[in-house]
Ligand binder design. Structure first.
Ligand SMILES: [Mg+2]
Length: 255
């Protein structure tokens, strides 16, 4: 256990179980949805904006495998224009539950389909602060189509004070073409404009965030936006403005 308070949201506490988790999947019922139900781009916590954006790598975990950046292999020549989508695991895609001596995990609605769809557009990377043994057996079960290209674990995180953060600059990818989705905004404090702050998910089977975010992520690639940070800023600004004006189904224009 890393210092008290590290990784709010219980990511570390929930992620260290040794037993194999069984997968319980939510129903795939995909109803009509709109972005107005929740605010997918909730404003970053004040701490994420105010804190100095520095972090130390490698972190000081003695018993973890040694890794060194860049964490990802160079892109193949035919993939050189590819965008990279970095996904958190716990409370973003799944929620692990310890019950008596057993452990299982719940899968966020649309997760399996989301990964499958996104893999047609992006190079998919899971970046979790959890331990590798736990993460691997979860990922093996949710990535049935073997669409996840890379897996990064606690040993790949950097230290920012008492927190573990995910430094996208260590991936070896163009920062203009890299997006991270995470339920803890502090995790992408170093590159806040590359982040999509997803609501923390435990067990709400009516949650449709992954489905709702899909059109935006597709459009970013279809439009070959030069800088995802600018696109995400425009998206945030436009959605927030339209929601504030009572628009039920916000539409986005990239410029
Ligand atoms: Mg998480």
């Amino acid at each position: 256990m890393y210092g008290a308070g590290a990784q709010s949201g219980g990511a570390l506490e929930d992620s260290t179980s040794k037993g194999a988790s069984k997968m319980l999947q939510g129903s795939g019922n995909q109803g009509q949805t709109s972005l107005t139900g929740k605010n997918p781009f909730a404003i970053l916590k004040a701490s994420a904006i105010a804190s100095p954006a520095t972090a130390v790598f490698p972190n000081n975990f003695a018993n973890l495998p040694k890794v060194s950046p860049p964490f990802l292999d160079p892109l193949d020549e035919e993939d050189k224009d590819k965008y990279t989508l970095v996904l958190d695991l716990d409370e973003t895609l799944i929620h692990n539950v310890e019950y008596q001596n057993d452990s299982f995990f719940l899968v966020r609605p649309g997760c399996v389909q989301f990964i499958e769809t996104m893999a047609k557009y992006y190079e998919i990377v899971i970046f979790t602060a959890a331990l590798q043994e736990y993460a691997d057996q979860v990922i093996d079960q949710i990535d049935v189509g073997k669409n996840i290209k890379y897996r990064l674990y606690r040993q790949h995180t950097s230290q920012n004070g008492p927190f573990l953060v995910k430094d996208l600059s260590l991936l070896g990818r163009d920062i203009n073409k890299t997006i991270i989705i995470d339920n803890i905004s502090d995790n992408f404090i170093l590159q806040p404009d590359n982040g999509i702050f997803i609501s923390t998910w435990y067990d709400d089977m009516r949650d449709r965030f992954l489905e709702e975010i899909t059109p935006l992520l597709r459009e970013i690639v279809d439009k070959k936006v030069a800088d995802v940070r600018k696109a995400l800023r425009q998206y945030r600004d436009q959605v927030l403005r339209q929601v504030a004006n009572g628009v039920k189904n916000p539409s986005i224009v990239f410029t």
